[in-house]
Design a protein around this ligand. Sequence first.
Ligand SMILES: CC(C)(COP(=O)(O)OP(=O)(O)OC[C@H]1O[C@@H](n2cnc3c(N)ncnc32)[C@H](O)[C@@H]1OP(=O)(O)O)[C@@H](O)C(=O)NCCC(=O)NCCS
Length: 254
Amino acid sequence: MASKQNADAPLALDEIVPTKDIYCRWATRADIPAIAKILMTNFLTFEFHDHFCPRRTERQEEFYLFVLARVRMFFVRPSIRMMVAEKLDVGVTGQKAEILGFAAWDAQGNENPINAEWTRESQGWLNTTEQKLADAEVLYHQHTRNTVFDYALFNQARQRLHDAYEHDTSFDNNLHLQFLMVKPEWQKGHGIGHRLLQWGLDVADKVKLPVVIESSLAGYNFYLRHGCRLLKMIRIDFVPEKAYDMPVVVYDPR
Ligand SMILES: CC(C)(COP(=O)(O)OP(=O)(O)OC[C@H]1O[C@@H](n2cnc3c(N)ncnc32)[C@H](O)[C@@H]1OP(=O)(O)O)[C@@H](O)C(=O)NCCC(=O)NCCS
C-alpha cells in the first residue's frame, strides 16, 4: 500500500496496491465447503476411486454428498487438524480470500504428544455431540442415500493399506497425512503443497515421530522429493482392468 496517509491527503483508491499473499492457517467450519470441493475435484481423477466409485464423473452431485460427509467427519475428529492454504487479495474492492489447498493431519497413537494436545482441545459435550452427529451422517449416507460408492470394497482397501504399517510398532505413534490436495490450476510451482507438507515434516522432526502417507500416484515423486521413502506398494485390484500398486510412504524424523 502507498504510505501517504494523513487527513489532508486521504489515500487515493488508485494508490492502493493489491497484495497477493498465500499463507497457511488452521481451517474453520466455514472452510468445509471449499475443502470438500477441492477434495472432490481431485477425487474425480484419482486412480484409487476408480475401484469404489467408477461412475463418479457422471454422478457428481451424489459423489459430492459422500465427500462432504467425510470432510465433516474428519474435521471434528479429535486427533485431526485441517490446515488450509489461502490467497488473500486486498484491493480497492475489499478482500476476497480463496482456499487453494488443504492438508488433514492425523496425530495417531496413545503416546503421541500432538494427539494428547489436540484431543484435550476437543473435549466437552458440544464437541462430543458434533463428533457423534458427523459419524451418524456418514452412516446415514452409507445406508440410506448412497447409490454410487462401494463402502465395503473401500473398507477392504483401507485395511490392506493399514496392514502395511499397523503391525510395525515403530508406527504406533505417527503423524498420518490423511489428505493433501491443491486446486488443479494451482498445482506444481506455487509451493502450496510444499508448505502444507513441510509443516508436518517439521513437527515430526521436533517430536521425533514418523509421518505415514498413503500416496496417490500423482503425489508419489513429490513425497520422495521431500525426503520420504517407500515403505510398501499395495496392490489395488478390485476392478482388475484398473489394477495398480499404491505407494505407502513414510518420513523418518531427523
Ligand atoms: C501432489 C501435490 C499435493 C503437490 O503440491 P503442489 O502445490 O502441486 O506442489 P509444489 O508447487 O508445492 O511443489 C514443490 C516442489 O515439488 C515439485 N512437485 C510437485 N508435484 C510433483 C510431483 N507430482 N512429482 C514430482 N515433483 C513434484 C514441484 O515442481 C516443486 O519443485 P521445486 O521446489 O523444484 O520448484 C499437488 O500437486 C496435488 O494436489 N496433486 C493432486 C492431488 C494429490 O495427488 N495429492 C496427494 C495425495 S496423497
